[in-house]
Design a protein around this ligand. Structure first.
Ligand SMILES: [Zn+2]
Length: 408
């Protein structure tokens, strides 16, 4: 396979997680009678542009079908983050009644609702029908498109040249990342700004977060790699900030290379320097993740087997994609993890891909009073342990598996 950023043949493996179904392919009860598509999950590093990327075995349109069940609005932490983002951008870039805001991967309108609430014209691009419909119910205008140069051309003709384009947690999910970024250069006004938020590679490597690797996640991004991608596609990075989301993300600010350019902020050079010092441009940097994943898998299995032997009951919380990578890599099935509770009604009643563990409503926790609650999306541990504080009444404990097994 060649690098999806620069085209160089890939020769440095990061990790091989065996095979699993796509992480978001939740099953309905009647699908339990059918076979699932198990796909190899291997991640490679490009030694020319240092883009870390999943080997491509499946097509994007088969991963993001109408059943794709991730609704952003079910996380209160994420909603607060979106509201704050809108307030900051409106102030910094003086957005007002004449401005145009376009969000790519608008999901269920979790962010644009705050733009519309300020009386600013906005449009969402969202290829998934179920989430697009949820956004329309908030009164938002949504186009069901995969974003790229062609979609940008269409929207431009319709008068949607943008002052601000937002793209949160989508850049890493795009198979043709050059076409995607080219679309931003084309749809932005000459003075426009686009922001991309993505979980950063430094955090993934430092926190041994191998469970954030999955098929739908095509790239694992450093600023160094993003800067090279932007330059190739008519964009310039002019600022960057650190965010606590997903355990440590970056927000990158870009502008058109051919516009009246803003000064590049010192934060850009600082972040690039930080990455260089960490070793993102050396092969040795990438050698630690595979052994860490194996250790984490063994620790979790040991805990689950011991709990089982002692007659304790373990359930999961949060039917997130990262949970599926961990469960399938470790080969965990309902005998060791009875079910997983999730607040989203779109996931309840379904089954996790691969492990086929049932997804239930959180109320089930009070009814069955388990001994341990394994929090699969560890980035939401704070939020979940507050929501579920009552489990301590019967002595239950929270468990996380990454970067090491911890009982709380
Ligand atoms: Zn490359």
């Amino acid at each position: 396979m060649n690098c999806r950023g620069c085209g160089t043949p890939l020769s440095l493996p990061l990790i091989d997680l065996g095979t699993s179904p796509p992480s978001n392919a939740y099953l309905r009860a009647e699908q339990l009678e059918q076979a699932e598509q198990w796909v190899p999950l291997k991640v490679q590093v490009c030694q020319a542009c240092w883009l870390v990327q999943t080997e491509d075995y499946t097509r994007a349109d088969s991963l993001f079908d109408a059943d794709y069940a991730y609704f952003s609005s079910y996380s209160s932490t994420w909603l607060k983050h979106a509201e704050r983002y809108v307030a900051e951008m409106v102030e910094r870039f003086a957005l007002g009644a004449d401005s145009r805001v376009v969000e790519v991967a608008a999901n269920d309108g979790y962010l644009l609702q705050y733009v519309a609430g300020r009386g600013i014209a906005c449009l969402g691009v969202e290829p998934t029908h179920s989430t697009a419909q949820a956004a329309r119910q908030k009164g938002l205008e949504i186009r069901e498109l995969f974003f790229g140069r062609e979609a940008a051309r269409q929207l431009r003709e319709e008068g949607w040249a943008a002052d601000l384009m937002a793209a949160n947690n989508v850049l890493a999910h795009v198979p043709d990342i050059n076409d995607f970024l080219g679309g931003f250069a084309s749809l932005l006004k000459p003075t426009g700004v686009a922001t991309f938020e993505f979980p950063q590679l430094l955090t993934l490597m430092a926190g041994q977060q191998f469970d954030t690797l999955y098929h739908e996640h095509y790239s694992y991004l450093s600023l160094s790699a993003v800067q090279a991608l932007c330059e190739r596609n008519g964009l310039e990075v002019f600022d960057v900030s650190q965010l606590p989301t997903h355990g440590g993300s970056l927000r990158v600010f870009v502008q058109r290379s051919d516009g009246p350019r803003r000064a590049v902020q010192a934060a850009v050079q600082q972040q690039l320097q930080l990455e260089l010092q960490a070793g993102v441009k050396t092969a040795e940097y990438y050698a630690t993740l595979a052994p860490a994943a194996e250790r984490i898998k063994h620790e979790l299995l040991r805990f689950l087997l011991q709990a089982k032997a002692e007659g304790k009951r373990v359930v999961g919380y949060g039917a997130a994609a990262k949970g599926n990578t961990l469960l399938n890599y470790a080969g965990i099935k309902p005998d060791l993890l009875a079910w997983v509770a999730d607040a989203s009604p779109h996931k309840q009643g379904k089954f996790l891909p691969g492990s086929r563990i049932a997804v239930v409503a959180p109320e089930r926790i009070e009814i069955e009073r388990p001994d341990y609650v394994l929090v699969l999306p560890w980035n939401l541990l704070q939020e979940v342990s507050e929501q579920l504080a009552h489990v301590r009444q019967w002595g239950a404990r929270f468990v996380i598996a990454v970067p090491e097994l911890k009982l709380l």
